[in-house]
Ligand binder design. Structure first.
Ligand SMILES: *Cc1c(COP(=O)(O)O)cnc(C)c1O
Length: 219
């Protein structure tokens, strides 16, 4: 958390505008509890079953749960019950199902649109050029609220090589923001992980998803 603050101040950003999502996938509940006691307020989970178990075990804590994994349509009903923010909406089909399930429980579900910024076949997300169209389609769904964009850029050892992908996501966000789509807010940029979050903050990240730097290496 100190590193987030330092990175923010170094580029004249208010650290208050950057939220740490502690990525707790595969981390045992006891260690997640320790992290909460140490000050973590937002948890990121990738797998629905695992998330449901932890959610139940830690239900007495006031933390915000974010879904950051690939979401299958048939898991949408669990997702809307558990998560305050779903980072990984990348199709109208999934959005329609999330909308339907949110309506059932009277919820306005906050979501981000996942962008496949490097056009990698191994990654989820819509391509940049399809983002505005999907955003406009989702804007008409009354139980969903689009809050911004998320991406998983290509992997490089050198975080400087990731910078152009982060700035591309920010430019895309600015472009969609200019369109002023009704019912859509484009404030959030979910980007940056353990190896590159400082660069992501310099490029405008508002949500950084950090696992290894908090919980250590995963198996
Ligand atoms: C696992 C994961 C992270 C965290 O990665 P670290 O390198 O451990 O910080 C961030 N985002 C997503 C989508 C992940 O799946």
């Amino acid at each position: 958390m100190d590193r987030i603050k330092t990175a923010a101040l170094s580029c004249n950003r208010d650290p208050e505008n950057i939220r740490l999502v502690a990525v707790s996938k595969t981390v045992p509940t006891d260690r997640v509890r320790e992290a909460i006691n140490a000050g973590v307020t937002t948890l990121g989970e990738n797998y629905m079953q695992e998330a449901r178990e932890k959610f139940n075990a830690l239900s007495s804590y006031n933390v915000s749960w974010h879904f950051i994994g690939h979401l299958q349509t048939n898991k949408a009903k669990y997702a809307v019950r558990l998560f305050d923010l779903i980072h990984t909406v990348d199709s109208l089909k999934l959005a329609l199902e999330l909308n339907k399930q949110s309506k059932k429980i009277n919820k306005i579900q906050q979501i981000l649109i996942q962008i496949n910024i490097g056009k990698e076949s191994s990654k989820s997300g819509v391509y940049k050029q399809d983002a505005l169209k999907l955003t406009k389609e989702i804007s008409g769904l009354e139980n969903l609220a689009v809050k911004g964009l998320m991406t998983m850029p290509p992997f490089f050892d050198n975080p400087e090589k990731v910078r152009p992908y982060f700035s591309a996501l920010r430019n895309l966000r600015d472009h969609i923001k200019e369109e002023a789509v009704e019912n859509v807010s484009m404030e959030e940029l979910s980007m940056g992980m353990t190896g590159d979050f400082e660069v992501a903050i310099e490029e405008g990240a508002t949500l950084v998803r950090i696992g290894t730097a908090i919980f250590g290496k995963r198996n």
